[in-house]
Design a binder for this molecule. Structure first.
Ligand code: PEP
Ligand code: MG
Length: 321
């Protein structure tokens, strides 16, 4: 089976009826790029940059970050490399930078932390922008919840660009900026984000956590963590539709993207871009290759209209048959 999957590496990911799907890899550190290349991914959909900051005593400066981002951009040889700005806090704490609050998942984390620490954010933005001169780098903003926050973020990006211009340092002035949709409010307002950004990426791990009020790191409630909850599926479907309407690509980069049992459901909801751990990529590609997008859409519609949990499993099994 593994050998059979490996033969799919060079195949284009397209459905039986010719719908092309992007399959990208998630990485935590530059050394993970090898596995992404080995998987036949056509890009990196999520570079969790906070891992450059973890498990060390000091913070990486602009040059060190730039070298890491450039290494990945160059290795991917013109394919998209989506670098997510720092997503520290909650399940990814960092001593000295993130405070342990009573409720870290709802606290000063990710983009909130970056906007509260302008120097930290500017250093990272400059490093990412500098790397954009060496490949197809895209910037991805985690945990957006509101438009004022987006405006502040865009302002910070413009300011980082201006500082590079002033220093005479090269970068791609057209670098694309996308937003993670992982807070229910952002999914409900996805249209506004889609209109103002170049692309969206749905972080299902956090979206499920916040929609269902299930701490993703708390084992005592893990049995309630349900990617198929109708509310979760509605928010995903809304976000995909918002992207279609605004003409902006939408991808899923949470764990749902790497589950072959959900490939067809997401395809049926209109998803055309998946980003996942490279180990899942060929299994997901195999599902795409065996799917018909029109049939998947019809079956996904049935799943969206049904609200009986026991029927859901039957419908999902039928979709995957
Ligand atoms: C997510 O929330 O789905 C996601 C992709 O980001 P992370 O798991 O790093 O929070
Ligand atoms: Mg997340």
């Amino acid at each position: 089976e593994h050998q059979k999957l490996k033969r799919l590496k060079g195949n284009r990911a397209a459905t039986l009826d010719g719908v092309v799907v992007e399959l990208h890899g998630n990485i935590e550190l530059p050394q993970d790029v090898a596995a992404v290349q080995e998987s036949g991914a056509t890009g990196i959909g999520l570079f969790r940059s906070e891992f450059l900051f973890m498990n060390r005593a000091d913070l990486p400066g602009e040059d060190e970050q730039f070298e890491a981002y450039r290494e990945v951009a160059e290795a991917m040889n013109g394919m998209p490399v989506t670098i997510r700005t720092l997503d520290l806090g909650a399940d990814k704490p960092l001593a000295g930078l993130t405070a342990h609050t009573l409720n870290p998942a709802l606290g000063l984390r990710a983009i909130r932390l970056c906007l509260a620490e302008p120097k930290l954010f500017r250093t990272q933005l400059r490093a990412i922008l500098r790397a954009s001169h060496f490949g197809q780098v895209r910037i991805l903003i985690p945990m957006l919840s509101s438009l004022p926050e987006l405006r502040q973020t865009q302002y910070a990006i413009e300011a980082a660009k201006a500082s590079l211009v002033a220093d005479g340092i090269a970068f791609d002035p057209a670098v694309k900026v996308g937003g993670m949709i992982e807070i229910p409010a952002a999914a409900l307002a996805a249209q506004s984000f889609a209109e103002r950004m170049d692309f969206l990426s749905i972080g299902t791990n956090d979206l499920i956590q916040y929609t269902l009020a299930i701490d993703r790191a708390d084992d005592s409630v893990s049995h309630l963590y349900d990617p198929l909850h109708p509310a979760v599926l509605q928010l995903i479907a809304m976000t995909i539709r918002a992207g279609e309407k605004a003409g902006k690509p939408v991808s899923v980069c949470g764990e749902m993207a790497g589950d072959p049992l959900l490939t067809r459901l997401l395809l049926g909801l209109g998803l055309r871009s998946y980003s996942m751990h490279p180990a899942s990529l060929l299994s997901v590609k195999q599902r795409v290759l065996k799917s018909n997008s029109v049939e998947a859409a019809a079956q996904a519609g049935k799943i969206m209209r049904g609200h009986e949990p026991d029927k859901l499993q039957t419908l999902l099994a039928r979709l995957n048959a």
